[in-house]
Ligand binder design. Structure first.
Ligand SMILES: [Cu+2]
Length: 297
């Protein structure tokens, strides 16, 4: 047991060192965020750290106040309490200071929300340069429509792999990760502005990709949007993040970011036979930036 754990740790450490820290799948026992891979995600992480400091200072301050009151004003230390009930100065302070703190947090938060939602953070990108992918949540899998409303339109269905499953087996040797890998991953090109139009066919799901710090509900009859631009090819993992029924846990998101040339080749292969999702082509590639951490289990 111990030896196994040691082996796992060594394997994890070795493959993390080999892969670099820019991309990584979730690791067993990990407690921090997965590394940020978009500029937006870096800013979200920085904002998180800032808020964490504010929270820590407030918590320490309130704890110190409580301890002070308990020691200084308990019945023994202060047998005859004063009877006043108002203090205008302190009431103004404890109203205004929290408001200022909240305004400060809002000042950091609202622009980031805007940046995640509104296309390309205000950057002007020619429409033909934008890669559009339509995302549908279904009970209980995702599907991705490419080249929508053109003759080349096709849909790739993406279902979770399971160990020992006959139709969709998990293949750890290939780098598959239990509960995160799918038969036909979503694929997008590196260094391009990718626009996701997200909706659902049955109930509310949510498309979430932690390393991009993106998450939005997929609501039937309604279109939500997200965008990302990832420069580093790699495999990124997310999960449906809105409780959507009994197999909610079985709809992971596996996203391959490939260099443009490989993306074009995948697009052609997937379009030729969407039911196979260009999987044979993906398997012929060296895995972009995949870690072996979880697959070592
Ligand atoms: Cu779902």
């Amino acid at each position: 047991m111990l030896r196994g754990a040691w082996k796992l740790w060594a394997l994890g450490a070795a493959s993390l060192a080999a892969a670099g820290s820019a991309w990584a799948a979730p690791t067993p026992g990990g407690i921090d965020f997965q590394p940020a891979v978009t500029e937006t995600a870096e800013r979200v992480h920085a904002f998180h750290n800032e808020v964490l400091i504010i929270i820590a200072v407030i918590t320490a301050f309130v704890t110190a106040l409580l301890i002070w009151v308990m020691i200084r004003y308990n019945r023994k230390a202060n047998p005859t309490p004063k009877k006043f009930s108002h203090n205008t100065v302190i009431e103004i302070i404890w109203t205004v200071v929290p408001v200022l703190i909240l305004v400060w947090i809002a000042k950091g938060s609202f622009p980031l929300l805007y940046e995640q939602d509104v296309m390309f953070n205000g950057e002007q990108v020619a429409e033909e340069q934008v890669v559009d992918i339509k995302v549908y949540g279904n009970m209980w899998y995702w599907d991705y429509t490419y080249n929508q409303n053109t003759e080349k339109e096709f849909v790739v269905e993406s279902r979770m792999l399971r160990p020992g499953d006959e139709t969709r087996p998990l293949v750890p040797a290939r780098g598959d990760i239990n509960k995160l890998s799918v038969d036909n991953p979503m694929v997008a090109p590196a260094g391009r502005h990718v626009r996701l139009k997200i909706t659902a066919r049955d109930v509310i799901h949510a498309w979430a990709m932690p390393q991009f710090t993106l998450k939005v509900d997929a609501v039937p009859g309604r279109l939500n949007q997200l965008w990302f631009k990832v420069d580093q090819p790699g495999i990124y993992y997310g999960q449906c993040s809105e409780l959507c029924g009994k197999d909610h846990s079985n709809m992971p998101i596996e996203l391959w970011i490939l260099p443009q040339q490989q993306y074009d080749a995948w697009l052609a292969a997937a379009q030729a036979d969407p039911t196979k999702g260009g999987r044979a082509y993906l398997d012929s590639l060296p895995r972009p930036g995949a870690t072996q951490v979880a697959s070592a289990q």
